[in-house]
Design a protein. Sequence first.
Length: 224
Amino acid sequence: MYDSILRAELEDDALRLARLTVLAKAFSEATVETMRLRAPEDPHEPNLVHHVEDILFGVLQALQSGATLVLADCDWQVLVELLNCVIENGIALPFCIPDLRKMKTVDNRNSGPVANLRPGDHGDLIAVREDFAMQAYRHRLSRLSESRMVNVGSLLKAALEEAQKSSPHIREASADIILTSTRVRTIDTIDLDTVRVDPFRWTNRKPLKPRMHIIVLGGLRSIA
């Protein structure tokens, strides 16, 4: 993607887009609350630009490497509101953004539970990674990115049940993380009806527009 443009320039563009959308008040109060990077009692304002920039870095990395983009459900909402702002205000895009506006976060075919192992420290994490049952569980979950035809809900349910039979640690863990896996189209400047904001001449670019594999992780409470 955009292989004629230096990676450093694209990263600068991510920061520029983050500033443009925050200035345009793209994000709802509820979404702003999820982006707070400081403790709730800290009197300073949250660094929204930094948070949005980090998400856009993830999008850029996935685009350039063909990797799966993994998001928390709150960051999925950030991308939805960012794209709505871009469309409503005619802001040009430096690179394509996944269109998550119609993505369902709970879908029997595309969603299912995964074990919440909650490692307490680095030692716990190493022990989990070395556990044979966990390795088998991880291998089965890797199939999410292999095929567009896989039934995610059935795969996640079967993988969790098998892992629970093999491992007391997984059996005792809560299954309160909901994973949603899907492929979505991307939107770039050429998809916009009008462009009114383009201070960095992004409309001069001729991008490719791949579909992206997206995984969203959320909790039962946040999804409800």
